[in-house]
Structure formats: structure tokens, C-alpha cells
Design a protein around this ligand. Structure first.
Ligand code: 2M8
Length: 415
């Protein structure tokens, strides 16, 4: 009987497509931005050279503008995944939107594990272009927060924080055609987004395509523009990590720039996304000019952004330890269990996700909250020991859900 660690290593090997690791051969047979960063971090436990290859493959898909796309399409893969390359119409094998920018953090971790300064110098050029792209096109008013223009950019696709925007969109554009869905061939339909969600996703894709993806027109005309808590927390952390990378390679002036961006985002997250009455972080819908007051696990990723003030940290921990909200025997639910929108088996509407566990665990440790981190880590290990490396898990009973043999869930035992 092999150990969990051996099983995780074997799984990453099986999910290697000859060029890079895919999240799951059956469900997601291409390269995704934040998945690849997590795969690189997981590989550091046993194959650091392979970790460098993963990030190199990610950067190979970067656009001249600086955008790192959320999907890089694999030529060899099954073409059934939709939207496919033709649907995006980007003239290159990729989507035209991005995903939580975990890249700088992944590069720094690879450098810390390998001491390879050449790798760091090579990646710096990609990272600095990507960060400038995000700042210029997604924070055009220089307020410190970057906006997402599609729920897929958040990585938490059908989180209930998008439901009101979706409903509003579908009243304005009621006739969006969606091609036959293959995402329900291997995963039960009730664990996946609804047809209405997919109409929203495809409708936004078409509007963004008409506005040429990575231009300011996309931001101006997109009916969905949101400051997401998870995305901005990762952005905040990414600039701190990029500042360290820049100073390590002797780019002191640039290091100061990334530090400034890091501090600006820390302040903006507190000023714009914190709700003092609830003691919680909420996303902000820029089209409606209001917060979306639904509690999700994204708020706890703020621990990963920076060192939080004592009072902010204490408020968040109350929610984390509240059995009506986020304290379950099986880990951190993606939506508060007492929220009306909580759905324990449906994708990002309630299940436990192990990449979120990993981000929150790192953040808790860095904020001196070791016992909370240990508790979550025990849950991660229990979930994979009982149910295998699944895409997500039911927080009521730990049942494995979504895709099987899912790559980033190996983080729980490899890092
Ligand atoms: C999921 O998203 C894709 C669309 O980008 C999908 O449902 O087809 C999300 O969980 C996302 O966060 C993840 O990166 C991707 C691949 O694992 O799957």
C-alpha cells in the first residue's frame, strides 16, 4: 500500500501531458494559470526542475501586452472542452482573460527551493510585464484594487457572489446560446454550474471578444466589473513577492515600485472591502456600486495577502471558528453554511477546496495563527486519505465531489 505522498507524486505524473501537468485529463485537459502555479509548488517537494518547466510553459503563453491567459490550450488534447480556442477567437492558443495572479508567489517559492538565480532573472521579465498589464488595464484609476471582468477570472466561477450580477445580465441579454455542455459528462450536473451560469459566462465572453480582450474598451464596456476579495488578496501578496524577487536580482528601484503597489493594495482592501459591522471582507460590484454581502471563504485568503491588524484578524477568526458559518469537521466551506446560497455539493457554492485550504493555511501561519492552520491541514489530510484527490468535498460529511485525480489537491500532502 503506497503512502499518500507516493500517490500524490504518481497522480502528478499521470496528469503530465508530455509538456505540462493538466488539472484533470477528463475534465480540464489544458493548462490553467493558477492550477499551474499550484502544480509547480507541489512539485517542489520532489522534482524542483519540473516545477521550473511548469512555470516556463505558463509564461510561454504570455501575450505581447503582458496578459497571462487563464487557459493555454493544448494542441494534443481532446477538443471537446468548451469554450475552445475557436470560441475565444484570440488568434492564439489561449483564452483572453486571466486568473488569480499566483505566479510571482510560485516563482519565488521555486527560487527559494532551488537557489537558481538565472531562473529568477528569466521569470522576472514575464512577471513585471504581467503585473504592469494588470495594473494598467484592471486598475485604471490607480486605486490599488484590480477588477475582474468575468467570473472565470476569480477562479471561484459560480460563487454566489456572482448570482445577482448574472440575473441582471440575463434580463438584459436573455437569448445567449450555449453549445452542448460536456462538463457534465463525467461529473454529476448538480455539482456543476447551472445553464443560466453558462449563459452568463458565454455572454460575457462574446462581449469581451467584441471589445478586443486586453484593451481599456473591455473594462469600459463590460457589464460585469468586480473587485473580488480573493483576486485582490493574491494580487496584494504577489506584489510583495515580486518586490523581494526584484531586490534579489538587484532591481532596487523596481522593488520599491512593487512595494508601493503592495502597500497601496493592502490599504485599499481594508478601506474598500472591509465591512466593520459584520467584521468581514466582501467583494464590490463596480457596476452597481455596492458590496455583495455574501460570506465566502475568499475573505480568509486576506491572511495570505499580508499581516492583518489584530482586530481584523480576530474578527475573521470568529467567523472561521463559528460552527454556523465556516467551522466544519471537514474543512473550510467555500460559502458560509448559514448563507441562503449555501449548496454543499455544488462546485464553488459550498464545497471545500484544497487550493483555498493551502492559501489560507499559509496565511494563518504567517499571521501567527498556527493552531487554526493545523486544524485546516488535518482536515485536508483526512479528506484525501478518505476520498482521494478530488476536485472538491462536501463540508457536511467529507464526501469527494467533482473530478477525480485532480492535480492541485496534491498540495495537501506535498507542500
Ligand atoms: C474551473 O474553471 C473552468 C473554467 O475556467 C471550468 O469550470 O471549466 C475553476 O475551478 C477554476 O478555478 C480552475 O482553474 C479550472 C481548472 O481546474 O476549473
Amino acid at each position: 500500500m503506497s503512502t499518500l505522498k507516493e500517490q500524490a507524486i504518481e497522480l502528478l505524473e499521470q496528469n503530465f501531458n508530455g509538456s505540462y501537468i493538466v488539472p484533470s485529463h477528463s475534465q480540464y485537459p489544458h493548462m490553467w494559470l493558477w492550477d499551474t502555479c499550484f502544480h509547480a509548488i507541489a512539485l517542489l517537494s520532489h522534482q524542483p526542475e519540473r516545477a521550473k518547466n511548469e512555470l516556463g510553459q505558463l509564461f510561454a503563453g504570455q501575450w505581447e501586452s503582458g496578459l497571462i491567459p487563464h487557459i493555454r490550450f493544448a494542441e494534443s488534447a481532446d477538443k471537446n472542452y468548451r469554450p475552445n480556442n475557436d470560441d475565444w477567437g484570440t488568434d492564439r492558443p489561449s483564452s483572453g482573460i486571466t486568473q488569480p495572479p499566483v505566479c510571482a508567489t510560485a516563482v519565488l517559492k521555486v527560487y527559494e527551493a532551488t537557489d537558481d538565480i538565472k531562473f529568477l532573472i528569466d521569470c522576472y521579465y514575464n512577471l513585471s510585464r504581467y503585473h504592469r498589464w494588470l495594473k494598467e488595464l484592471r486598475d485604471p484609476t490607480d486605486c490599488g484594487l484590480v477588477a475582474i471582468l468575468h467570473p472565470w477570472e476569480s477562479g471561484t466561477d459560480n460563487s454566489p457572489i456572482f448570482t445577482a450580477a448574472r440575473d441582471h445580465f440575463l434580463t438584459t441579454y436573455p437569448d445567449i446560446d450555449v453549445p452542448p455542455r460536456v462538463d457534465r459528462n463525467n461529473v454529476s450536473g448538480d455539482q456543476r454550474p447551472t445553464d443560466g451560469d453558462y449563459q452568463f459566462y458565454w455572454g460575457l465572453l462574446k462581449l469581451l471578444r467584441d471589445n478586443s480582450w486586453d484593451t481599456s474598451a473591455a473594462y469600459e464596456h463590460c457589464p460585469f466589473v468586480m473587485w473580488d476579495v480573493l483576486f485582490n488578496s493574491i494580487w496584494c501578496r504577489a506584489n510583495k513577492d515580486l518586490a523581494l524577487i526584484a531586490s534579489t536580482i538587484g532591481e532596487e528601484a523596481e522593488s520599491k515600485l512593487w512595494h508601493d503597489w503592495h502597500r497601496q493594495t493592502c490599504s485599499a482592501i481594508s478601506a474598500q472591502l472591509w465591512d466593520p459591522a459584520d467584521g468581514f471582507f466582501y467583494p464590490f460590484d463596480l457596476r452597481k456600486q455596492q458590496h455583495v454581502r455574501i460570506k465566502t471563504s475568499s475573505a480568509f485568503v486576506s491572511f495570505f495577502a499580508t499581516t492583518l491588524s489584530n482586530s481584523t484578524g480576530e474578527s475573521l477568526i470568529k467567523h472561521l471558528e463559528d460552527p454556523d458559518e465556516f467551522l466544519s469537521d471537514h474543512g473550510l466551506p467555500s460559502t458560509a453554511m448559514n448563507a441562503e446560497a449555501f449548496q454543499p455539493t455544488c462546485y464553488w457554492q459550498g464545497p471545500v477546496w484544497l487550493n483555498i485550504h493551502w492559501l489560507v493555511i499559509q496565511g494563518l501561519i504567517e499571521n501567527g495563527l498556527q493552531s487554526n492552520a493545523d486544524r485546516l491541514q488535518r482536515c485536508s489530510l483526512q479528506l484525501v486519505a478518505n476520498e482521494g484527490f478530488r476536485e472538491y468535498y462536501d463540508p457536511r460529511n467529507g464526501q469527494g465531489l467533482g473530478a477525480s485525480n485532480f492535480s492541485w489537491s496534491t498540495l495537501s500532502v506535498l507542500s
